[in-house]
Design a protein around this ligand. Structure first.
Ligand code: 6PG
Length: 238
């Protein structure tokens, strides 16, 4: 099922997305005792993470398990690090147990080993149920101007269609290699939420909403088997 929620501007989008995450977390904790979330990188989610940092009274962060949808292969203190962005804006300010924050070690040399280790962490920390594939309660994703999501760029889509849950990729024109969740991991999720803001996203978002997977964009190929996809967008991006 696909849902579209439209917000008047970036500020309203951040508030709406934060409330959406908090509601899903409460339901997951009520039903299964914990909440597993994979974070988006880039700039749009930063305002959501900053709002989450002020929600300790409304969220049982001690029961949250925080993963990353993708990471740039840089040290965790590098300005491009998604981990650094999420930690500074949110994770360092709330009581998510450090053992429950699962960082992709992009700074290491053997990226195939890092991807395999991260997959093993997911498999040991996120419930699989009958499908055998771990099911994140929520995966937050962005959409790039070229229609990529996580680090599934157009030139590495095929590499992300395999059985692995995590792969290392070298997208063309990017300054760093990347680690990314694959479609196998994304399409097992209970809920996917795309956070989209700004006029630059309008051409891609309109085609994704109109054509779906037929648009051919990497982000349009995210279709959880028995999960929902929600587009949380501002009016500028529509
Ligand atoms: C990353 C992200 C990437 C991002 C999109 C949108 O590591 O850069 O995971 O997929 O979500 O590029 O980025 P903005 O939110 O900055 O537009």
């Amino acid at each position: 099922m696909r849902t579209l929620a439209v917000f008047s501007d970036k500020v309203a989008l951040a508030r709406g997305a934060t409330d959406y995450v908090l509601n899903l977390a409460r339901a997951a904790i009520e039903q299964r005792g914990e909440f597993s979330i994979a974070l988006a990188g880039g700039s749009t989610p930063k305002d959501v993470y900053a709002l989450l940092a002020a929600e300790s009274a409304n969220a049982e962060f001690a029961r949250w398990k925080v993963f990353f949808g993708d990471e740039r292969c840089v040290p965790p203190d590098h300005p491009d690090s998604n981990f650094k962005m999420a930690s500074e804006a949110w994770l360092s300010r709330v009581n998510v147990p450090s053992a429950n924050v699962f960082r992709m070690a992009g700074e290491k040399n053997d990226l195939a080993a890092v991807a395999a280790e991260y997959e093993a962490m997911i498999r040991s920390s996120v419930a699989s149920e009958k499908s055998g594939t771990p099911r994140f309660d929520l995966v937050l994703l962005g959409i790039g101007d070229d229609g990529h999501t996580a680090s599934i760029f157009p030139d590495v889509v095929e590499r992300c269609r395999g059985p692995e849950l995590v792969v290392a990729v070298a997208p063309e024109g990017k300054p760093q290699k990347r680690l990314t969740l694959t479609y196998a991991a994304l399409n097992a999720a209970r809920a996917i939420a795309f956070l989209v803001s700004g006029a630059a996203k309008r051409p891609v978002l309109s085609r994704i909403l109109k054509e779906g997977p037929a648009s051919g964009f990497p982000s349009a190929q995210v279709n959880p088997r028995d999960g929902g996809v929600t587009f949380l967008v501002d009016t500028a991006s529509l």
